[in-house]
Design a binder for this molecule. Structure first.
Ligand SMILES: C[S@@+](CC[C@H](N)C(=O)[O-])C[C@H]1O[C@@H](n2cnc3c(N)ncnc32)[C@H](O)[C@@H]1O
Length: 260
């Protein structure tokens, strides 16, 4: 059974409020990043978005989980340049410092949506963690992560779908620079599996882009899970000011929850 929001019309959500939404849809429907950038050149005067932003919109506009994984795979070699270029790598370093504040060095940590492994790199190199495992939908992104030699296991799985890990198998779960992405996972189920596979007393540590998170009901969901006795809020970072060259500010915050 899949719990990914298959009925969610990602393209309508992305193009909503943009001038001439059909033109933007045609750009974002391209199967390859190269083709998308070529189409975008024809219409860029209308949208005036940076190359990094249009690539990120193209990633969001994937048709389904397999397409999303394939799209990320196409830009895996560029991914960290993009993240750094828009100031989001600082958010990864900040999130890693919150892991170091709460989670024991010998902890078994599942890095959800690990991508190319930036979080693993900070946890391994800066904070001495050695028991890191990477989960992501994209084989291409996991391939880049593998090259870093900081993870001991790799899982091609989706956040939002049931995982075959045992309850409480991990000491901590992280999910950095992915949420909120309503095109990839619904807020209703985003935290179910991270909470289930993290042992009681362990930590779920994630970033949210604050403005999007509020609009998409994430802040309500965090409180709802706390009221239901699933976890308790332990810490939350300042909101960073990222998103250089973006049409709207990107403000990632790190959240630390302890599973009950
Ligand atoms: C913006 S990147 C973040 C990567 C990494 N955490 C970082 O901070 O550099 C988002 C990652 O989430 C993955 N992803 C997207 N939807 C996913 C899902 N439903 N389940 C697991 N991974 C997903 C993508 O393949 C991509 O690697």
């Amino acid at each position: 059974m899949t719990t990914v929001p298959t009925q969610f019309d990602a393209m309508a959500w992305i193009t909503n409020g943009e001038p001439e939404p059909e033109k933007l849809s045609q750009v974002l429907e391209a199967a390859t990043c190269e083709e998308m950038l070529a189409r975008y050149k024809e219409v860029e005067a209308i949208y005036n978005k940076s190359e990094y932003e249009i690539i990120c919109l193209w990633l969001l506009a994937a048709k389904d989980t397999a397409d999303r994984g394939a799209r990320y795979g196409q830009i895996a070699h560029l991914y960290e340049t993009i993240t750094d270029g828009i100031g989001m790598m600082d958010g990864v370093a900040l999130a890693a410092s919150y892991v170091a504040k709460y989670v024991a060095k010998d902890a078994r940590i599942l890095d959800v949506a690990a991508g190319t492994g930036s979080m693993g790199k900070f946890l391994f190199n800066e904070h001495g963690y050695r028991n890191l495992e990477a989960l992501d939908i994209s084989p291409g992104m996991l391939e880049e992560a593998r090259k870093k030699n900081v993870y001991t296991a790799f899982y091609q799985k989706a956040l939002g779908e049931p995982w075959d890990f045992a309850d409480g198998e991990f000491d901590a779960t992280t999910c950095i620079n992915m949420l909120p992405d309503p095109t990839a996972v619904s807020v209703d189920v985003a935290f179910n599996e991270p909470i289930r596979v993290t042992k009681p007393g362990g930590y779920v540590i994630f970033t949210l882009i604050v403005t999007g998170a509020e609009k998409l009901g994430y802040l309500d969901k965090l409180a709802e899970l706390e009221a239901a006795g699933q976890w308790k809020s332990v810490d939350v970072s300042e909101a960073l000011d990222a998103g250089a060259g973006w049409s709207e500010p990107l403000t990632p915050r790190t959240y630390v929850y302890q599973v009950l």
